[in-house]
Design a binder for this molecule. Structure first.
Ligand code: G
Ligand code: MN
Length: 282
């Protein structure tokens, strides 16, 4: 999956988009958007096990109450900019309503969300932030933009517009877009999220290990924090920590969870996952 591109709200698109496309009328789509909700996947400090933030991922609630990931529906929503905006509004509203109290209680905690560059660059973004009541948390929001999107002229323009609003920026899926070191210089970034496809081969492929160390050095030079995505094992977390990666996100800690569960994880943290420090000292 090295060449995949992620679409909105964190989902690799199907190889054949039309095959994945659901057969829904525009009225159906609006109803689906109205029933969507925000789930949150924790982002964990590899040093302390503390939950630093969470990535917002959309879930669609079926009429019978079952939850679905974005696959299938999201491709259809992305075809229409009004639907895309409606979904962003709905998700921002769900973030403000459901995670607002948590943001109030945990002052250092942040939420990230994949925001389409077309919206990042639009004057509508400020309106959506205000109207969804997420604007009051603007300094706790991180917009994720994929490596490919960020490096286009439209992406650069979007970042230049969004940053002055007070939002922070994460480059998502880093490692999938073959960007050169030079291209990153000058981009207004706060976080670099290393794609799962760069994490999977660690400790099996020495080149992957060396590349990771290179990315850590690059991020240090650019003064951006590094987050590893798709971390599934303790060995990976140990390796990443030793290599100087700041934070991790993945099933080792948690899948995307509803707000109540997120609050529990933020309160308890994952210090048991960082016990390797004591083990190595013993
Ligand atoms: O790139 P982005 O952060 O937007 O992708 C999030 C997606 O990655 C979600 O669809 C989520 O379900 C998936 N994901 C998150 N953590 C893991 C993991 O540890 N393993 C696997 N296989 N998928 C993950
Ligand atoms: Mn993402």
């Amino acid at each position: 999956m090295t060449n995949r591109e992620r679409n909105l709200f964190g989902r690799p698109p199907a190889r054949n988009r039309s095959a994945n496309r659901v057969n829904l009328t525009s009225t159906d789509i609006r109803a689906v958007i109205e029933r969507s909700t925000a789930y949150f996947q924790p982002i964990v400090d590899l040093n302390t096990g503390q939950v630093l933030g969470a990535e917002t991922l959309v879930r669609f609630v079926d009429s019978d109450g079952t939850l679905r990931g974005p696959g299938g529906i999201i491709e259809r929503i992305e075809e229409n900019s009004d639907d895309l905006e409606a979904l962003t509004w709905r998700l921002f509203r769900s973030m403000a309503e459901n995670a607002g109290p948590l943001l109030d209680r945990h002052r250092g905690f942040y939420l990230s969300a994949n925001v389409p560059p077309v919206l990042l660059a639009s004057p509508r973004l400020k309106h959506i932030l205000d109207d969804s009541r997420l604007a009051r948390y603007i300094d706790r929001l991180v917009c994720e933009i994929t490596e490919r999107q960020a490096l286009t002229d439209a992406g650069r323009e979007a970042l230049a517009i969004a940053r002055p609003l007070g939002l922070r920026i994460a480059m998502d899926d880093f490692g999938t877009g073959q960007s050169g070191l030079k291209q990153l210089i000058g981009l207004p970034l706060d976080f670099l999220k290393i794609d799962k496809s760069e994490i999977d081969p660690l400790m099996k492929d020495p080149t992957a290990d060396r590349l990771l160390r290179g990315v850590v050095a690059l991020a240090a030079a650019l003064r951006v924090k590094v987050i590893a995505e798709g971390v599934e094992t303790r060995e990976q977390a140990f390796f990443l920590h030793a290599a100087g990666v700041d934070a991790g996100q993945g099933w080792l800690w948690s899948k995307a969870v509803p707000p109540g569960e997120l609050e529990r994880l933020v309160t308890s943290g994952f210090s048991e996952q960082t016990r390797w420090k004591e083990e190595s000292r013993a």
